[in-house]
Design a protein around this ligand. Structure first.
Ligand SMILES: Nc1ncnc2c1ncn2[C@@H]1O[C@H](COP(=O)(O)OP(=O)(O)OP(=O)(O)O)[C@@H](O)[C@H]1O
Length: 313
C-alpha cells in the first residue's frame, strides 16, 4: 500500500534522505524512528507529494507520488508538524472547508466532523476560534482533519507529541481501530512506548538512511542478543550453582532465590531447562521472560552506527 524505492531528497548539496526503500502492506503500521534531523518528516513529505524526490520513486495506494500527486492527496490523511490551521475559523468552519476540498458535501462533512470531534474530546470546542486552541487541541484537530475523508492510508508525523496522556491514549486507541479496519499507517514518533505498542514493523532512520528494519521482536533479538529468562524459587538456593545446563543455555545471573539464563532457542531449550531445574528439586514458583524494550534496541542501533561512523573518521 505504501511502497518506496531508493527515495532520496537533496536540499542543494545537503542529502536529507538517502535511498530509502519501504514496503508497508495494507492494514499494517510502520513506525519510523530516528534522531532529530534524520529525515523522517522529509520522507513523509515526499510520500504525500508535498516535496518532489530528487531520486527514486514511491507509490501510495498504487499512485505515483510525482506523476499522480492529485490522486495521492485524495487517498492519504496527513498529520504533519506544521498543521496550517486558520486562526480565525472555528473547528466546524475549518472542517467543512477541508471536507469540501475532499469532495464531501457540507452535510456529510458536518456529520463526520461531529463524530470525530466527539471521539477526540473536542466537541465542546467546536465553536472556538482555532487561534485560541492549545497546542494539544491543535494537534487533535489536525488529526480529525486527516481522518475526515476516511482515507485508506495515514501518514502521521509525531501525532501525540503535544498531547496530554489521556488524549494520547485516545489517539493510540484510534490507531488500533484504524489498523483493524485495514488502514495502512506510517507513523513517525520519538515515543518508544508508543512505537512498541503500535508497530507491526519498525524502520530506524539515521542521517537519511534506514539503518535497521524489522518487527520490534526481531530488532530486540538482533540488537540485544538472546532473550533472558528468570526462574523464581520458593526457597533458597543454598549455594547450589547450575551445571549441566542444556545446549544453548547459559547462566547470566543469580541471587538467593532466583536464577537468570540466556536462552538461544527458547522453544527447544526451555522445556529441557525446566526439567533440569526440577531434577535438582528446586521449587520453581515462576518462570518468565525478562522484559526488554524497543527503547533499548533503538538506542543500541543508533549507538552502533555512531561507533562505526567514529571508526571511519
Ligand atoms: N526545506 C529544507 N531546506 C533545507 N534543509 C532541510 C529542509 N527541510 C529539511 N531539511 C533538513 O533535512 C534534514 C532532515 O530533516 P527532517 O525534518 O526530515 O528530520 P526529522 O527526522 O523529521 O527530524 P525531527 O525528529 O527533529 O522532526 C535536517 O537536517 C533538516 O535541517
Amino acid at each position: 500500500m505504501i511502497l518506496a524505492e531508493d527515495l532520496t531528497k537533496h536540499f542543494d548539496d545537503f542529502v536529507a534522505v538517502n535511498g530509502i526503500s519501504l514496503d508497508v502492506p495494507t492494514g499494517r503500521v510502520m513506525v519510523v524512528l530516528g534522531p532529530n534531523g534524520a529525515g523522517k518528516t522529509t520522507t513523509v513529505r515526499m510520500l504525500t507529494s508535498i516535496l518532489t524526490p530528487t531520486r527514486g520513486r514511491a507509490l501510495v495506494a498504487g499512485f505515483d507520488v510525482v506523476r499522480q500527486a492529485h490522486e495521492v492527496r485524495r487517498v492519504v490523511g496527513v498529520l504533519t508538524e506544521h498543521h496550517g490551521l486558520y486562526g480565525r475559523m472555528n473547528a466546524h468552519e475549518y472542517l467543512e472547508f477541508y471536507g469540501n476540498l475532499y469532495g464531501l458535501s457540507s452535510r456529510e462533512a458536518r456529520r463526520r466532523s461531529d463524530a470525530l470531534l466527539e471521539q477526540f474530546g473536542l466537541a465542546s470546542a467546536g465553536k472556538k476560534r482555532l487561534g485560541e486552541y492549545s497546542k494539544g487541541m491543535r494537534q487533535k484537530l489536525a488529526l480529525v482533519r486527516a481522518l475526515l475523508h476516511e482515507p485508506p492510508v495515514l501518514l502521521l508525523d509525531e501525532p501525540t507529541s503535544a498531547m496530554d496522556p489521556e488524549s494520547a491514549r485516545m489517539v493510540r486507541d484510534a490507531i488500533h481501530t484504524l489498523r483493524s479496519s485495514e488502514r495502512t499507517i506510517l507513523l513517525c514518533t520519538h515515543n518508544l512506548l508508543e512505537a512498541e505498542e503500535l508497530a507491526d514493523q519498525v524502520a530506524i532512520i539515521r542521517a537519511g538512511r534506514i539503518i535497521r528494519t524489522g518487527t520490534p521482536e526481531n530488532l530486540k533479538r538482533e540488537l540485544l542478543g538472546a532473550p533472558e529468562f528468570e526462574a523464581r524459587l520458593g526457597s533458597s538456593l543454598n549455594g547450589w550453582t547450575p551445571d549441566g545446563l542444556p545446549e544453548g543455555v547459559h547462566l547470566t545471573g543469580q541471587g538467593e532465590n532466583w536464577l537468570r539464563f540466556g536462552v538461544e532457542a527458547p522453544d527447544a531449550a526451555n522445556p529441557r531447562l525446566l526439567r533440569r531445574l526440577l531434577e535438582e528439586r528446586l521449587a520453581v514458583v515462576a518462570f518468565s521472560e525478562v522484559p526488554r524494550s524497543l527503547e533499548q534496541a533503538y538506542l543500541e542501533a543508533v549507538a552502533q552506527e555512531n561507533r562505526q561512523e567514529a571508526a571511519r573518521v
